[in-house]
Design a binder for this molecule. Structure first.
Ligand code: PXP
Length: 243
């Protein structure tokens, strides 16, 4: 069964809308775990627009499942992640003006740099993942970076408005999963997934984790965090076992 990894960034977004003390992503993470999350992920952005250093440090002490850290491939983040010691680091591209991560990393020509960046984590048994688009070139490049995991970007699939584009985008992801598994890369999926658009993946094996934030936090605002996570984890629990 794949794991549900819950992204609590948007709880911090709500807190920062008022520059207040609540809601606290640390509390949300505990409730997400009670609701069945297999892990908690946060993106510590360079500009600290939502998640702060205080959050990641408290989460490190309180998360009972796994703590995953999403971050840009910068020196500063490398140092923070080494000190934090999360169970997984996931590298993402970061632009200051974007509303959310807009696409996968472009790894072409950066394989050696990323290889060197990841190695110290792997030496300490911290799992590494690269967030990329489901393109054959990027998947090949991720393999050459010697990462253990990739996270395929599902945002284009989620955003597609007509059936034809949706089917095409879904097929790219399925082909990407096949290619990655042939290369022995572990595959996670994330971005834009919700309670409905995740269902077409229900028969696909070989997916380790689903990284989901917005749709869960949106539902949590109405029904509560624990229930919103439980609703999603029950969907994913019915998905096929990994080999
Ligand atoms: N995966 C990555 C790499 C992300 O950057 C994000 C958004 O922070 C997510 C997954 C979760 O996306 P969403 O909030 O749309 O579920």
């Amino acid at each position: 069964m794949p794991e549900l990894i819950v992204n609590v960034d948007h709880i911090a977004t709500l807190r920062e809308a008022r520059k207040a003390r609540e809601p606290d992503p640390v509390h949300a993470a505990s409730l997400a775990e009670l609701g069945g999350a297999g892990g908690i992920i946060v993106h510590l952005r360079e500009d600290r627009r939502h998640i702060k250093d205080r959050d990641v440090n408290l989460l490190r002490d309180t998360v009972q499942t796994e703590l995953h850290l999403e971050m840009a491939a910068t020196e500063e983040m490398h140092k923070i992640a080494q000190e934090l010691n999360p169970e997984m680091v996931c590298l993402v591209p970061e632009k200051r003006q974007e509303l959310t991560t807009e696409g996968g990393m472009d790894l072409l020509g950066r394989e050696l740099e990323i290889y060197d960046f990841l190695k110290p984590f792997q030496e300490r048994n911290i799992k590494t993942s690269l967030f990329i688009d489901a393109s054959p070139e990027q998947i090949e490049a991720a393999y050459n970076c010697a990462t253990e995991y990739i996270e395929l970007h599902t945002g284009h699939y989620a955003d597609a408005r007509d059936h034809v584009t949706k089917r095409q985008e879904r097929q790219k992801i399925l082909d990407g999963i096949t290619q990655a598994r042939e290369l022995n890369l572990e595959v996670n999926l994330g971005h834009g997934l919700d309670y409905k658009n995740i269902l077409p993946f229900s028969k696909i094996s070989g997916i380790r984790e689903y990284s989901i934030g917005h749709s869960i936090v949106a539902r949590a605002a109405l029904v509560g965090m624990e229930r919103a996570v439980r609703d999603m984890s029950e969907i994913i629990r019915a998905f096929p076992e990994n080999e």
